[in-house]
Design a binder for this molecule. Structure first.
Ligand code: ADP
Ligand code: ASP
Ligand code: MG
Length: 406
């Protein structure tokens, strides 16, 4: 008998019909004799709707109250799915995050799971019940409700799978696996049979929103076998696992697009020790994460310092830079929030030279100017004007023949 954790995302539980279809799928798996824990998201659009309501009342609501509000979305779905399972004759029980002590830190809206009390879940499983758990939510040590950040139900599922030592964690969504790039941009993108945790981590961090980054970090840390599948049709999906298990020798696994970036430059800063920290210190103090960083030496003893942040933080960083520009002796500040980051990811890059130059040549042939570059062992990222988003992704996808069936 296997223990399987299944997670169904917003679209998969987006209507009563969809919830009933999920209940049927769950009942089929149970009939095979598996023990099942089912994690669900809020019905599609619900989290955005709740966010909209909050903004109508207050432009910047407190994190704590926002979490009380947002966690209701998932509570609706667990109750409805449990009812749907019961009407099929199954024994099922729903649990909110606090009910099974999914304890998190107190970072509201982006809390991290610290531990899960598996006792109640195990008791229900041993009593032959399907356990239905609300994704995306937890509780602090002192009993305040928290949420885990957008897409956080993926992380709930993986954390439960790790805590209960499940045989597999299956993420059911509206695509039938992880693709070489977002199939909405490149229709002939290919489904990957397998990807490594490392590649999936890069892909998720670089814009492939099919899995929340933290869920992949968790899966990798606790070696949870993770599979992305469609809730609409049957199929093998994509298995995410460690490198040793992956037999195929695919050079590159995919192209990602991140539209959430903005770029800022401080021009003509006198070149002396401490400049980088004088610029990035106040940004870090404001709790703003910096992504790419670039420093150019001028011949005149000054430097241009460029970095990227999340687009939501653009205005805040602009005012920070304006406040410190005079003190640092900067000539000017430039900002551009109409940029995107396109990345090429693959473990095969480690052993193959020339990928970067081929990537840059392909972009140049299409007249796409590269504004920034950053690399790691298994990825190359470029920042380009946002008007080249789709063209850039398609160009790289076809340059590296990712549309070839695998
Ligand atoms: P859910 O609501 O089930 O959590 P998400 O919207 O979070 O679903 O994630 C699924 C979506 O991720 C797909 O509809 C697809 O458009 C998008 N996506 C982006 N990049 C990729 C990729 N490389 N492979 C598969 N899907 C991707
Ligand atoms: N409902 C939350 C969101 O929309 C969490 C999730 O779906 O994973 O982000
Ligand atoms: Mg999601």
């Amino acid at each position: 008998m296997s223990l399987i954790v299944q997670k169904y995302g917003g679209t998969s539980v987006g209507s009563i019909e969809r919830i009933q279809a999920v209940a049927k799928r769950v009942s089929k798996c149970q009939a095979r004799g598996d023990k099942l824990i089912v994690v669900v998201s809020a019905m599609s659009g619900e989290t955005d709707r709740l966010l909209g309501l909050a903004k109508e009342v207050m432009p910047r609501p407190q994190g704590r109250e926002l979490d009380v509000l947002l966690s209701t979305g998932e509570q609706v779905t667990i109750a409805l799915l449990t009812m749907a399972l019961q009407s099929l004759g199954l024994q099922a029980r729903s649990f909110t995050g606090p009910q099974i002590s999914i304890v998190t830190d107190a970072a509201h809206n982006k809390a991290r799971i610290q531990r899960i009390d598996s006792q109640r879940v195990n008791d229900a499983l041993n009593a032959g019940e399907v356990v239905v758990v609300a994704g995306f939510q937890g509780v602090t040590e002192i009993g305040d409700i928290t949420t885990l950040g957008r897409g956080g139900s993926d992380t709930t599922a993986v954390a439960i799978a790790a805590a209960l030592n499940a045989d597999e964690c299956q993420i059911y969504t509206d695509v039938d696996g992880v693709y070489t790039t977002d199939p909405r941009i490149v229709p002939d993108a290919q489904r990957l049979n397998r990807v490594t945790y490392e590649e999936m981590l890069e892909m998720a961090s670089l814009g492939a929103k099919v899995l929340q980054i933290r869920s992949v970090e968790f899966a990798s840390k606790y070696q949870v076998a993770l599979r992305v599948l469609s809730s609409f049709e049957d199929g093998p999906g994509t298995l995410i696992s460690s490198e040793e298990i992956i037999m195929e020798d695919a050079l590159l696994s995919g192209v990602t697009l991140n539209r959430d970036e903005a770029k800022l430059t401080m021009l003509g800063v006198p070149d002396r020790p401490g400049v980088a920290s004088a610029i990035l210190g106040p940004v870090a103090d404001a709790n703003i994460e910096v992504d790419m960083i670039l420093q150019n030496m001028g011949a005149d003893g000054t430097t241009d310092f460029t970095f990227t942040v999340h687009r939501n933080d653009f205005e805040a960083v602009m005012s920070i830079l304006n406040a410190i520009a005079a003190e640092l002796g900067a000539r000017a500040i430039e900002g551009d929030n109409k940029i995107v980051k396109i990345s090429l990811v693959g473990v095969g890059m480690r052993s193959h030279a020339g990928i970067a130059s081929r990537m840059f040549r392909a972009l140049a042939t299409e007249g796409i100017n590269i504004q920034m570059i950053s690399t790691s062992e298994i990825k190359i990222s470029v920042v380009v004007d946002e008007k080249y988003s789709e063209l850039g992704v398609r160009t790289l996808h076809s340059e590296f023949q990712l549309e070839r069936p695998r």
